[in-house]
Ligand binder design. Structure first.
Ligand code: ADP
Ligand code: MG
Length: 226
């Protein structure tokens, strides 16, 4: 994995700050806190409650799980301390020059359907909202769709229904369905969030984990104009 510098005149919020910004706009996120040492990670995991997730926080690591920078389902302090050491070792091995801010300690979200909500600015058309199937396989399937911001409820309803994976959201083969009405409202909310924050150049919520009742952002990336 090569080090990818953020584009010129931009600031990449770390995952903790990106989730804070989303939460302030009423977009649900998993509890996420920054630990700068192993002892802080242990204390935060106790405060948040097990099981927790640990992730590398570094502006130089774009795909955290690709390099062993994400450890999920940590059930006790021993596992948290071991995971902290493993993450640091993995990052140092994969990207020795990476600047490390610390590790985020997060509540472990329950399983659901992983979707992606994103935004990019088109030079001609302005902000474009993306929705699709998410998770670490998003690049493999590329099952995503786009609409210009502002996205209204009808647009959101169409976006969700036009992805190939839509049947997964309605309860494919006995799997619990996603709350499609909730996802529609959330897309409209994200669209409004983008309109109110013209400094946001790029946004990625991947995954947003969708449930039969609501959804929660488990990973977020926000690129701001400097
Ligand atoms: P990456 O930088 O590789 O995109 P993510 O933060 O998206 O890293 O984590 C990778 C995967 O780990 C997610 O797709 C999700 O399945 C799982 N995951 C991440 N954070 C959480 C969390 N807080 N709770 C439960 N699962 C999570
Ligand atoms: Mg992710």
């Amino acid at each position: 994995m090569t080090k990818k510098a953020p584009p010129e005149n931009s600031i990449m919020l770390n995952e903790v700050a990106a989730k804070e910004m989303l939460a302030a706009a009423g977009i649900p996120v998993v509890v996420t806190k920054l630990a700068r040492t192993k002892a802080e990670a242990a204390a935060l995991s106790r405060e948040i409650g097990f099981p927790v997730v640990l992730k590398i926080v570094s502006p130089d690591v774009v795909h955290k799980s690709d390099i062993g920078g994400v450890k999920v389902g940590l059930a006790n302090l021993t596992q948290v301390e071991r995971a902290y050491g493993e993450i640091m070792a993995a990052v140092k091995k994969a990207q020795p020059a990476a600047c490390i801010e610390g590790v985020s300690v997060q509540a472990m979200a329950r399983p659901g359907i992983e979707v992606i909500v994103g935004m990019n600015r088109d030079a001609q058309f302005g902000p474009v909202l993306m929705f699709g199937l998410g998770g670490v396989t998003v690049e493999v399937y590329r099952d995503v769709t786009f609409r210009l911001v502002p996205v209204v409820r009808q647009d959101a309803a169409e976006m969700i229904r036009e992805i190939k994976g839509y049947p997964l959201l309605t309860g494919y083969r006995g799997q619990p369905p996603a709350d499609v009405a909730y996802l529609e409202k959330l897309l409209v909310k994200v669209s409004g969030f983008i309109e109110k924050n013209p400094r946001i150049r790029e946004l990625d919520i991947n995954p947003l984990i969708a449930y039969p009742d609501g959804a929660v952002a488990a990973d977020a990336r926000i690129l701001l104009d400097a």
